[in-house]
Each structure stands twice: as C-alpha cells, then as structure tokens.
Design a protein around this ligand. Structure first.
Ligand code: GLC
Length: 804
C-alpha cells in the first residue's frame, strides 16, 4: 500500500492497462482507473479505490464519440493524444499532465499526491500555473476571478445571504482555468459535498475534493472560453428554447392574494400600459401550504381567475414546494406513503422535516416512480389553466436545518445516503416537473423555474438566485451570479429585481429594473411584509423609468429571442461575462469592471449602483456606441461616464446589427410587422440572424421556424437581407434600417434607388417632470439624424442594398 504516515493514500504504480475503442482502463497499486476520450476536446478521468466506478447518473447525457486517438508507452509515461489534447500518464505514481498540441502544459497533477484519498475523501491537486485565473463554478458569490478563494458545493437554503456567503442553493462543479493565453475546463462530476480551492491559503495548488465517491472529472480544452462552454454543454445539455412569454416581464410577490388582488394587479398593468407577461402565485395560493391545493377562501374559482388573466394576456406560474404535509387526510401524503415514494431512514420509516406546512415527508425524486407520480400530480394545476411551475425549497430546505446524513435515497438503484444525494435533489425535482409539463401540457413548451440544482439543470429549468436582499451590493452580486451561472451553461437565469428581503428604495428599484431589462430572466419579486414592489409602487418618476425599460425589453425581443435560439445551439450564455470574449484582457477581471457584461453578444452593459451619478467604465478593444445617444467611443480605455437614474450605461459594439420591434403589452400581443434594424458602423463584415417560431409549441423541433439573415459588408457598403428558412410565417412585413455612425448619400435596392430619411431615434421615452419643484432635471437622450430607409419583406427573395 502506498500510504504514508498522514493516512494519505495515493494511486501508486500503474500495474496494467487495456486499450479500448474509447480510451484505456487499468489498475494501479491502489486503484482502478479509466480514461475515456469523449471527443477531440474532452477526456474523462475516472479513478476509484474499488474495482468498479460509481458514476453520477444525472448530469452527463452524452457518450464517447469514438474518435481516433494516439497511444504510446514510454519509459516513465504513457501518452494519449487527440487532435487537441496531449495527456501524459506518469507510470511510477499514477498522475496526469495535460498539454496542448504545442506542448504547453494546461494542467498538471502535483507529483506524489496529485490524486489522493484521506479516508473516503478523494482529492485532485493541480499545480498552480503562473498568473493562473479561474472563472465559473456556477452560483458562487465573490469576484469574477476566483483565484485565492475556496468554495463548497452543498445545496443550501440561505435566506438573505451575504454577498460573500457560500454555499448557496445550487452546485455546479465546473470551472475554467486560464493561463498563458490558454484555457481549459474541469467538470468534477461527483454529487457529494465538494470543495474547490483556487490557491486559497496556499501558493502551490488549485484543488478539488469530495467527501466520498470516485474521482470522476472531464477535462476540456478548446481554443477559447466559448468553445469550452460549448463542449461542457455537449456533455450536460444546452438550455432549450423557452416559451417566448417567459422572456417578457414577470411579476411576483410572496404572495399576491386573494384572487381580487391578483385581478387588480393584472388590470393595473394593462390600464397603465406597462407590458407584462407573467404573474406568479406564491405559497398563499395553497390551503395550509399543501402543494396541489388551492385555498378555497382566497381563490374561490382558480380556473375562472386564470381564464380571466389569460384574456388579459397573462400567463400564470405557481410555486411547488417538495415538502408534503404529514396529514392522513391529505391525498398526496397518503399516496406517497402507500407507494413508498418518500425519503426514508435506514429502518424504513419516513424521514420527516419541518417546512411551510409544518412536519413534512419528502418525495424521493431520485426514484423514477416518484418522478412519474409527481409529474401526474401536476395535472391538478394544469386543469386549472396554470402555464408553468416554480420549484422552490428544493435543496431541500427544512427550516435552515440539515437533514440527517443517514437518510436514504433511491439514487436510480444505487441506494445512497443524504451525503451523496442532497446536491441532485433539486435537479431531479425540476426534471420531474418538466417531464410532467411535457407529458400533460401536450405540445406546449414547458417552463420551470428552480432555486436548487446541479450540473445539467439547464436542460430542465431556468434558475433564479434565491433570497437576495434589497441593496445595491446585492444588485451587483446578482449580475455576477447570473454571469457565473452562464459560464456553467445555465443561460436562462435571473435575480429577484428589487430584492427579496427588505424594502427597496425608489432609486434602487429603478436601477434594478433597468438592469433586469438586460438579464435573461426578467422577474421582480419581494417577500411577505415588505413594501409593494410593482413598477408603479415608487411614485411617478420611477414608474416612468420602469415602464420605459420594460417597453425597451419588448422592443428588444427579436434580439433576445434569437439569442436564446443561438444559445440553445451553442450553450454559450446570453448574459456573457467579459471573460468569455476578452479572456486575456486583465482589465475585465478588475474589481471596478468585473460586473460588466455583454448581453446578446453586442450590448455592453455596465451595472452601476443606484446612488451613483457617475461611474468608471472599461471599454474593451474595438469601437463602441452609446446606445441612447449614438456617441462613438474608442475601445481599450477607461472612461468616466454619467449615469443618471434614467440611463443605465449600455453600449453597442461596432459592427452590430440590432433587430428590434415596436413595444407590446405582452409577447403574444398584436405585432405591427415593423422590424427595426439598427446597424452600427464596423469593419469588414458582420451578420445577424432573426429567429422566429410560434413561441409556445414544440413545433420548432420539426423545423417550423423562420430565419432572416442580415449581412453587412462595411468595406463594400453592401447590405443584404434574406429569408433562409421560412417554414413559419415571419411576423414582420417591413424592415426599417437605421444606420448609426454611418454616412452615405444614396441607397439602392436591387438596383433601384430608395428614399433615405434622417430620423431622431430614442430608445427610451422622455421622462416628464412630475414635481413642480424637481430636484433632478431628467436628461433625454436621442440618436440624432440617423440615416434610415424602409423596405418591404414580402416574398422570400434575397434583397441586396448598395449604399454610396
Ligand atoms: C422562499 C423562496 C421565495 C419565496 C418564499 C415563499 O424563500 O426563495 O422566493 O417567495 O420561499 O414561498
């Protein structure tokens, strides 16, 4: 045994190995190992102290592609090579060194104890590389660069968490390392409580450990961060196309009740013409917090209520908590008991813990029968007309207490305890809920919003960042959380706008809603006993600002919906930390700029506290245009920028083509057919897709979509617009082009001259001065004299436009 005096066990010498079509497996003195080539960019490493492996059955959905790899045995090392990775396996004491094809080390296990066990805890220690940075790890607080920090993965109900608290609700054990202009990704696929240390409290290693289970990780190397995220989401799945209504504005509170209040809420949105799509029903919709019930006094006729809300163009999402009240009169409890669907102690008795309804039993979502049962239970809500579900408290939460470690989970037949299963509980609850919607809401695109989850959660649900606090710090922390989730393949994510805990002040709400406009999930939420938090609850000035931004969100819908389509194909997020596109620009990791991000690829958003009127912004390389005034700005510089409460700093990347539409009251509202295309002077060529489908069914999976492609060649001043897929009838009949930062005198469409006009473009409306004695003068920004023309989009032929 290769165990030293500190009880540290290491793999020891390689004894034997066998090559297979997908890699190699073998034994060392102390363990079994398996290296599987998934494709050119991804190699899976499994090391176990036993003769078999115990993989997580929940996160990875792909299998090795059987690509050719090269294998060679040398004196000290074996070498496994794909087209992108060279892996050295040290024979004397099994450890791994990953290189790129140029021979540069990407990641290297520490010698002697690179792979080790201390008791049941397994660890992998990697040498820290010079200037190494680390990004990702999902829903983790702290800075963009995680160097010098340590984090724990253990799904936790953390009410009103601090902006440095760890762990939170969801675990995503995937990070990206950056050094010497190279990047690599590591996904540690082990559901036990795990720790990631990125050079915290030591100057030699980054490492990851888990309290039990195998060393089972995927090493990914691609030329850029986007490529690594794509490869990671090829393993764990991409965020699928959401229903379009979920991209509109969503209003939530704990809780809107009774029915009359919900009706008033919906009517107020429509009376004030503030666009909104979704209303949430939180726990007060239930009788004694019993899931699959409606409180008969508060909601006399839920079906009628929801029908009326639909007439106003709203969709309804209800909360689902996993805790099933221990009550013999309550059917879900009786059924769960009879069918043996609840979590149990080893002696067969149900585990009971306290949560909203009092003492509860907990469905074992790691058991297929439980998932099927839960999915069927959803019919209760679907029959009432509910459109989507919000899976909450699924860490699972038991009043801030932790479940005893010996509670048993089925774990797809592996029979595991709480220590191994906790982190996948929320993932499986979201899965079962999505499966129920898919099965019983036939043909409709499912929507689930979850608090807890694990790697792969993006396949089942959107994620929100739990019980944040009404403060400026939280607003900015929420941006980093969403961007970090995005680095881990969770493209559909958001935070509670306005803050869940505490009372928001008017300026904070105004800034937060402006920021939320540029967040994939656009939802305001606040807790019981806090002040009202609707767009009109903070006075006329904030109402005007909120309404302005919500309308802007609807105007941007062609851009946002297309970005979701592209993300569903690539896995690359919609809210992109600058570390994705400007990876080796040190400035983007600077504390002053780490919150900046790109929304839908081309909008540079600079989040700023509500009380600031001036802020410093970093413009990465290239050229930028201020969205609201059209002002042109050079890149690779820091600038002080005025940020009055009515104007969040947002800039457009040179060369961008932004597809927009007219504002609507809700996503399925009448479309006037006007497609507004804002083109920003750039260099070379650029293009933009506009993806459309019915927004609500699964018909798009059978190619029922349309795609319009716009291409601009800035050096030849040529523009083209073409329908490259037309199985779905486009909603747009006219394209209105607006050229920012461009000068030309003539334009011809397929050889015929077209009329150019010069327009003032305002993306936000002017704010009126309500107070006769205003203490602030609102600015009003307009892009002036923007050359513009319109063309018809009737027919499917390609149109070419020459500008001179
Ligand atoms: C949890 C959720 C919160 C919800 C509340 C009541 O705290 O995180 O969003 O409103 O429970 O259901």
């Amino acid at each position: 045994m290769n165990s030293n005096k500190s009880n540290l066990l290491v793999p020891g010498k390689v004894i034997n190995y066998t090559l297979s079509s997908t890699g190699v497996f073998g034994t060392t003195e102390n363990c079994a190992f398996k290296l599987s080539v998934y494709n050119e960019t991804t190699i899976r490493i499994q090391v176990s102290l036993q003769n078999e492996f115990f993989p997580n059955p929940y996160s990875v959905i792909s299998t090795p592609e059987e690509v050719k790899f090269f294998w060679q045995e040398k004196k000290e090392y074996c070498i496994l090579k794909t087209k992108k990775i060279e892996l050295l396996i040290e024979k004397n004491n099994f450890r791994l060194i990953f290189k790129n094809t140029k021979g540069t080390i990407l990641s290297e296990d520490a010698s002697h104890f690179g792979i080790n066990w201390q008791g049941t805890a397994v660890g992998c220690y990697k040498k820290l590389q010079q200037w190494e940075k680390f990004i990702g790890l999902g829903e983790k607080t702290g800075g963009l660069n995680r160097y010098g920090q340590t984090y724990t993965n253990w799904n936790t109900d953390h009410f009103g968490y601090g902006t440095n608290a760890d762990p939170l609700y969801l675990s995503l054990p995937f990070y990206i390392g950056l050094h010497h202009n190279n990047c690599y990704g590591i996904f540690f696929d082990n559901s036990h409580k795990s720790t990631f240390n990125f050079g915290a409290g030591n100057n030699r290693f980054s490492y990851f450990t888990a309290e039990g289970g195998d060393l089972d990780y995927y090493f990914i190397h691609e030329k850029n961060v986007g490529g690594i995220i794509s490869a990671y989401t090829s393993l764990t799945g991409k965020t699928p196309m959401p229903p379009k209504w979920t991209l509109g504005y969503q209003q939530c509170r704990y809780s809107y009740y009774p029915d009359k209040e919900v009706i008033r809420l919906a009517q107020t949105f429509r009376e004030k013409e503030i666009p909104a799509d979704t209303i949430y029903l939180d726990i007060h919709h239930m009788e004694e917090c019993k899931v699959f019930t409606f409180d008969k006094k508060r909601f006399k006729d839920p079906t009628e209520l929801i029908k009326y809300l639909k007439e106003l163009g709203f969709k309804v999402v209800v909360i689902l908590d996993p805790g099933i009240k221990v009550d013999k009169e309550y059917l879900p409890y009786r059924e769960g008991n009879e069918k043996q669907l609840f979590l149990k102690y080893p002696d067969g008795e149900n585990y009971e813990g306290q949560v909203w309804p009092g003492w509860c039993a907990f469905p074992d979502f790691t058991k297929p029968e439980t998932r099927v049962w839960w999915a069927e239970k959803l019919i209760f809500y679907l029959n009432a007309g509910v459109d989507g579900f919000w899976t909450d408290m699924n860490e699972p939460a038991t009043w801030g207490q932790t479940m005893p470690d010996l509670v048993q989970f089925f774990y797809e037949g592996q029979e595991a305890n709480h220590k191994k299963s906790r982190n996948v509980y929320g993932l499986q609850m979201a899965r079962s809920t999505k499966e129920g919607l898919t099965k019983f809401h036939k043909g409709k695109r499912p929507f689930v919003l979850t608090r807890s989850g694990f790697a792969g959660i993006q396949r089942y649900a959107a994620v929100w960042t739990g019980d944040n606090v009404a403060s400026d710090d939280h607003m900015l922390a929420g941006v980093r959380l969403v961007n970090s989730l995005g680095l881990g393949g969770v493209s559909f994510a958001g935070y509670d706008i306005g803050g869940f805990v505490g009372n928001t002040n008017p300026k904070l709400f105004a800034r937060w809603i402006a920021l939320g406009t540029f967040c994939p999930l656009f939802r305001a939420h606040t807790m019981i006993n806090s002040n009202s938090s609707e767009p009109w609850a903070f006075g006329e000035e904030v109402e005007a600002i909120a309404s302005n931004y919500i309308r802007l969100r609807y105007k941007l819908m062609p851009l946002i919906y297309t970005a979701f389509y592209l993300s569903s194909e690539s896995g690359i997020p919609i809210s992109k930390s600058l570390s994705i596109d400007y990876t080796f620009d040190d400035k983007v990791y600077h504390g002053a700029f780490e919150n900046q991000y790109l929304f839908c690829d081309n909008l540079l958003v600079a989040p700023v506290e509500s009380y600031k009127e001036i802020t410093k912004i970093y413009f990465p390389e290239g050229t930028w245009y201020h969205l609201f005034s059209g002002e042109k700005l050079g890149g690779s510089q820091e600038l002080l920028w005025e940020c009055p409460i009515e104007y969040l700093p947002v800039f457009v990347k040179a060369g961008a083509i932004l597809p927009m539409q007219s504002a609507k009251n809700f996503t399925e509202d009448f479309n006037d057919g006007q497609l507004n295309l804002h083109i920003y002077q750039g260099m070379g060529k650029s293009e933009q897709l506009i993806y459309e489908d019915d927004g609500k069914s699964t018909a798009y999976l059978d190619s029922l979509f349309s795609k319009i492609l716009i291409q601009m060649d800035f050096s030849a001043n040529k523009l083209s617009i073409e329908k490259i897929a037309a199985n779905y009838e486009s909603e747009y009949h006219t394209a209105n082009f607006f050229f920012h930062g461009m000068q030309f005198h003539e334009a011809s469409l397929d050889g015929k001259m077209i009329e150019i006009s010069y327009k003032n473009v305002a993306f936000l409306d002017e704010i009126s001065e309500y107070d006769p004695l205003p203490d602030t003068d609102h600015t009003f920004k307009v892009c002036q004299n923007v050359p513009s023309f319109s063309i018809s989009l009737e027919g499917n032929h390609r149109r070419s436009i020459q500008l001179n």
